[in-house]
Ligand binder design. Structure first.
Ligand code: NAD
Length: 501
């Protein structure tokens, strides 16, 4: 496998250009469909972190003070460029992540939604105003940027997840340091070039390539005022605690284990379509993927047959060649996901479709794992209790709605969930009773649109602040409340009491 073809190294972006790393550390980037190393990525050391922070810090006062109208014009231009040239970005994503081109285009479309929301920022960061709260006294609020903000993103959405944060952060007057995943870092650099073309001043958007040491450098930098993190739960918790200790504002979105509850009255053809799309899209490497189908009996046998039929129709292969499902991101990740299938079999589950047996024409070295369907999964098995993050769909048979609900609510994650039913009363009960942040009613991947906010409960989100939507504007601004009175002689006199109206 890991044959080196090109010495190309993906570096950082700051002061408005690509800058080579000061440190010498690098990591491999693979083409997952071919299974070969195509590039390497620089891993920033302390000196690189310092230089990027200096770039963002220097750009902040001018960017903050630029009129809203001029900032808005640049964001509009970025939106137009991204829309025109999204095909180039999709190719980059597929080449490093492995997801099929249509899926890469889908993540860009969802990211574009946030850019479009950010173009309307003047309305969204308006403060309030109350006149005459006391005689001749007015109170009003201002929302101001934080300064330099850090974004640390995962491998599975190299464009969309950064786009959840940076359009809003930039619109609100902050300067950004994005630390993308070292597995697929080129999308971030491409977006940096696009910002430059859109007219964004140098230093407002910066890309710092790296790993844990780099992240720790960002956490320690006092100039970095906030951290927005998306990734696995243990790292999200670490980031949340470390950033808070350093006095930073922090939002940290973690992992997931999403259940789809199927009631006996549901249309099982639609359910099977939804389960396959949401279970195997992006090879299951989505934090909103459906990982478990909770089948309220007697639907399981029929549903499993329908899912099996649909799996047999999926084309697995290089995402650039019109397939339905691509490879996993790395060999190590593919092996880890495959090990859950071994485990499930050992724990007594019934492996109905085994993705380890997949054969892909023409690309023997790719990091392949086919769609896998496992029935009668014990809820004590690690394939049920842990996040698998691959194309493995577990079925758990339950007797009643209440049994299904109890299982969902006993989980440690609370990112997304869906109910499939034609019973409005049951759906309404579910939305009230389920302890999860994002709920689909006959919708398997309920990612909220940009003007709502994205985020889970429990171990899927640390802190109180979700991503984008109103929460995004709150996170990237800090509020000041001003109490004003224009003095006249009637306001004279001494009074040491606490001010009251
Ligand atoms: P990850 O936690 O391994 O990495 C995320 C980021 O943290 C990367 O930029 C990485 O370089 C950095 N990082 C890795 N180890 C670190 C460490 N020890 N200290 C500091 N930083 C570290 O996650 P991943 O494998 O890239 O992404 C998949 C995970 O992300 C899954 O768990 C998935 O559920 C989660 N995810 C969650 C959401 C959400 O919105 N809740 C969205 C997308 C992905």
């Amino acid at each position: 496998m890991a044959e080196r073809r090109s010495p190309h190294i993906v570096h950082h972006w700051y002061n408005g250009r690509v800058v080579e790393s000061i440190g010498a550390r690098t990591a491999p980037i693979f083409d997952p469909a071919l299974g070969i190393e195509t590039k390497r990525v620089a891993l920033a050391d302390a000196a690189d972190v310092q230089a990027v922070v200096a770039s963002a810090q220097a750009a902040f006062p001018t960017w903050r003070d630029l009129s809203m109208a001029r900032r808005q014009a640049i964001i509009f231009r970025f939106r137009e460029l991204l829309n025109e040239r999204k095909g180039e970005l999709a190719e980059i994503i597929t080449g490093e992540h492995g997801k099929v081109i249509a899926d890469a285009e889908g993540e860009i479309a969802r990211g574009l939604e946030v850019v479009e929301l950010a173009t309307g920022f003047p309305h969204l960061i308006k403060g309030g105003h109350s006149e005459n709260v006391s005689t001749s006294v007015d109170v009003y609020s201002l929302r101001q940027p934080l300064g330099v903000v850090g974004i640390i993103s995962p491998f599975n959405f190299p464009a969309m997840v950064p786009l959840w944060f940076f359009p809003i952060a930039i619109a609100a007057g902050n300067t950004v340091i994005l630390k993308p995943s070292e597995k697929d870092p080129t999308a971030a650099l491409w977006m940096a070039e696009l910002w430059k073309e859109a007219g964004l001043p140098d230093g407002v958007f910066n890309v710092l390539q790296g790993d844990k040491a780099t992240v720790d450098g960002l956490l320690a930098a006092p100039e970095v005022r906030s951290i927005s993190f998306v990734g696995s739960t243990p790292i999200a918790q670490y980031i949340y605690e470390s950033a808070a200790k350093q006095g930073k504002r922090v939002q940290a979105l973690g992992g997931a284990k999403n259940h789809m509850l199927v009631l006996p009255d549901a249309d099982l053809d639609l359910v099977a379509d939804a389960a396959v799309n949401a279970g195997f899209g992006s090879a299951g490497e989505r934090c909103m993927a459906v990982s478990v189908v909770l089948a309220v009996e007697p639907v399981a046998d029929v549903l499993i047959e329908k899912v099996r039929e649909r799996i047999s129709m999926l084309r697995i292969g290089d995402g650039r060649r019109g397939t339905d499902m691509g490879p996993l991101v790395t060999e190590a990740h593919r092996d880890k996901v495959a090990s859950y299938i071994d485990l499930a079999a050992k724990d007594g589950a019934d492996v109905v479709v085994d993705g380890r047996e997949v054969e892909v024409n023409g690309e023997p070295g790719g990091f392949w794992l086919g769609p896998t369907l496992i029935d009668r999964v014990p809820t004590t098995s690690r394939v049920y209790t842990e996040e698998v993050f691959g194309p493995v769909l577990s079925v758990v048979r339950v007797a009643t709605y209440d049994d299904g609900l109890a299982l969902i609510n006993s989980g440690t994650f609370g990112n997304g969930t869906a109910i499939f039913t034609n019973d409005g009363g049951a759906a309404r009960r579910f939305q009230r009773e389920v302890e999860v942040g994002m709920i689909g009613i006959n919708v398997p991947i309920p990612v909220p649109v940009a003007y709502y906010s994205f985020g889970g409960w429990k171990q899927s989100l640390f802190g109180v602040c979700k991503a984008y939507g109103p929460a995004g504007f709150d996170f990237f601004t800090q509020e000041k409340a001003v109490t004003q009175r224009w003095l006249d002689p009637s306001h004279g006199g001494l009074n040491l009491g606490f001010p009251q109206s």
